[in-house]
Design a protein around this ligand. Structure first.
Ligand code: ADP
Ligand code: MG
Length: 252
């Protein structure tokens, strides 16, 4: 059985059918890219899987259990995590404290703000920081990190919740090309090691082709192609959307 099974997902905003009958499966440890032009419906799909938006119709099953329409907290509790921008609120906390906070929340404990030298899960936090290459930065205030390091911290925080599926909507936005490759290769390695499935979107097609097991292509809310990098590269419908040159040979 697949880890995640999405069937007939639909969402309209006013007259716009943002997501139009989308179905796909995702296996444990699999790295699945959801790509498509701006406005294709990618974020709307992420938001329906993550619980930020209720679907108009369709089913989202995690290991057979229906989660469509549940709130984000309940969906997170079922094992679906998201990477979000680390907010300025926690900028004065150290890098280690940010990860400890995620670990504490995951274990159902309460973060004690009045105990600044919190020792809970410090070793686990350091292990995660080492995995994302931030061991040296553990004592620094989050607010002074370079942007690329902040993104790696975001990944460590997400993994602190021990998700089985990680949703990453444009995780490398604003990063330099070399950093994009590095962050997604790191994600790829950690996903494999931990058996975590990843659903992500990324504008840089080289990065997508490099790290994905499989790629879904969305256009105007509907899936138009699905396959590995070679299949997607060669797909006439995908070439039409991205390059304006389809199988009919019509350049326009
Ligand atoms: N909250 C919203 N209210 C109205 N329209 C929305 C909303 N969110 C997305 N849309 C519209 O739905 C379509 C898909 O958007 P989105 O899922 O953000 O696409 P993508 O992430 O692929 O760029 C677009 O036409 C967008 O304008
Ligand atoms: Mg988007």
């Amino acid at each position: 059985m697949s880890l995640l099974a999405v069937r007939g997902l639909r969402k309209a905003f006013g007259g716009v059918q943002a997501v139009d009958d989308v179905s796909f499966d995702l296996a444990a440890g699999e790295m699945l890219a959801l790509i498509g032009p701006n406005g294709a419906g990618k974020s709307t799909c992420f938001n329906m899987v993550g619980g930020q938006l209720p679907p108009d119709a369709g089913s989202v099953r995690l290991e057979g259990r229906e989660i469509a329409g549940l709130n984000p907290r309940a969906i997170a509790a079922h094992g679906i995590g998201r990477t979000f921008q680390i907010t300025a609120t926690f900028g004065s906390m150290t890098v280690r404290e940010n990860v400890q906070m995620a670990l504490i929340a995951h274990h159902g404990e309460v973060w004690r703000f009045w105990r600044p030298a919190a020792v809970r899960f410090a070793a686990e936090a350091d292990a995660l920081l080492a995995q994302v290459g931030l061991a040296e930065q553990a004592e620094r205030a989050t607010g002074v990190l370079a942007y690329g390091d902040l993104k790696r911290l975001e990944l460590a925080v997400a993994l602190g919740n021990a998700p089985r599926l990680l949703l990453m909507d444009e995780p490398t936005a604003g990063m330099a090309p070399a950093e994009r490759v590095a962050l997604m290769q790191l994600t790829r390695r950690l996903a494999t090691e931990r058996g975590v499935a990843v659903l992500f979107t990324e504008h840089d097609m080289d990065v997508v082709f490099d790290v994905s097991d499989r790629i879904l292509v969305l256009n105007r809310g509907a899936l138009i192609a699905e396959g590995d990098a070679a299949a997607i590269r060669a797909d006439p419908a995908v070439r039409e959307v991205y390059l304006g040159t389809g199988a009919a040979g019509g350049g326009h």
